[in-house]
Design a protein around this ligand. Structure first.
Ligand code: ZN
Length: 394
């Protein structure tokens, strides 16, 4: 099931505040969804995800199909029970990972033939197979199989930028795969919700054709795919400004794989309800922390003796301990930049764990502040303040 209640719209932008009801719970939007590739958000315990206010997380169809495999998933009744997460889950179609295999795969109209990166077995992914796997995973939101149109055909800067004809051909196949995904999803009597994915590369008129055809198929929600695929930033921003607000008003809109905190705020203004990105967790593992006043590299020698937490305004476990009181509000339970710097320098496991908690909390809290601003009718002012704060520097 899926129920989408639009609660408030911003008069000065395309931003909306809404509530999304799924089989495993209610999600307040706009929302960021932490990425849990192998059935785990890397280095973060489910309890920490609950504590930081995560409402829905991602699972990865391709990786879970490879390991542990569908027999195990079936025996646990799906991904929720297996990974001990009882709130909503969204699974991708597996298409992006198959596509990323490069020379190891062959895409045809029927589907994608590829060699398993785990054991070399010859495997086949199709819209029908993707629906069967996602039905076994029992994710609340299922994504259609699409072909992710790349920005570069061939190696980056060696091949050529995808032409209009190539983008059109790819987009048209994704539409046929959307129909097949929808038919198989219905045949399997999957009780969850299937999203269609708008493709069309960097061409606005193709995006509009794709969108129109998907709207006619009447999906309960829509995603915008084929961004963050190697294109220059301006190109991503152009598509992000173009497509989301053209999607049906009374259905959720998900921008796949985006992005920085600035992208999220601009994406909400462009009419996006849902985001996912590996950036907060990946950057955490590299020692790059997002804060209200800009990004912080904790390995930098200037943090060696700094008693402040990563972000003095943050209430996450890393910055405020169990008290949940930020440094600026007088709390003194959090871990210092000096301690995080030390853990990083020693290669201690706790460094990426605390950093991941902080970065995910930062993203989730940013979305919470956006929702509050939308409710209060102060989103324009919020955007101005957000940009000024982030530009200030730590
Ligand atoms: Zn924090």
């Amino acid at each position: 099931m899926l129920k989408f209640d639009l609660l408030k719209t911003d008069p000065d932008s395309h931003a909306r505040r809404a509530q999304l009801t799924l089989n495993h719970g209610v999600v307040q939007t706009p929302i960021f969804m932490p990425v849990g590739t192998y059935g785990t958000v890397k280095g973060v315990m489910p309890q920490s995800l609950h504590d930081m206010g995560a409402q829905i997380i991602l699972g990865n169809t391709f990786h879970l199909w490879m390991r542990p495999g569908l027999d195990i998933m079936q025996s646990f009744g799906g991904l929720h029970q297996f990974e001990q997460w009882n709130k909503p889950i969204l699974t991708d179609s597996g298409g992006f990972q198959v596509w990323s295999l490069g020379a190891m795969r062959k895409i045809t109209e029927e589907g994608v033939h590829f060699a398993s990166p785990v054991n070399g077995d010859k495997l086949f992914m199709s819209p029908e197979v993707s629906m069967q796997i996602q039905t076994t995973l029992n994710s609340d939101i299922v994504m259609q199989l699409d072909e992710c149109t790349p920005y570069w055909q061939g190696e980056k800067h060696v091949g050529h930028i995808t032409t209009e004809a190539e983008a059109r051909q790819s987009m048209a196949m994704s539409l046929r795969w959307a129909q097949r995904s929808q038919a198989e999803f219905a045949r399997l009597e999957n009780p969850n919700a299937l999203f269609g994915i708008v493709q069309g590369g960097m061409f606005e008129h193709l995006r509009e054709e794709s969108l129109q055809a998907l709207v006619e198929m009447d999906f309960p929600g829509y995603a915008i795919g084929g961004v963050s695929v190697g294109e220059p930033k301006e190109e991503m921003l152009r598509i992000m400004a173009h497509t989301p607000h053209r999607l049906p008003t009374h259905k959720p809109r998900y921008l796949m794989g985006v992005g920085t905190p600035e992208d999220l705020v601009d994406g909400v203004a462009a009419g996006v309800d849902m985001f996912d990105c590996v950036m907060p967790t990946r950057n955490a593992r590299n020692g790059t922390l997002f804060t209200r006043f800009g990004d912080l590299k904790v390995r930098n020698a200037r943090h060696k003796a700094d008693p402040q937490p990563l972000d003095p305004t943050c209430t996450c476990y890393a910055c405020a301990g169990h008290s949940g009181v930020s440094w600026n509000d007088g709390g003194r339970e959090g871990f210092s930049r000096a301690y995080l710097h030390h853990l990083e320098r020693c290669g201690e496991m706790l460094a990426p764990m605390l950093a991941s908690i902080h970065n995910l909390h930062y993203y989730l809290n940013l979305m919470r502040e956006i929702r509050e601003a939308l409710e209060a009718g102060t989103f324009t002012e919020f955007r101005r303040q957000f940009k000024a704060d982030r530009a200030r520097g730590v």
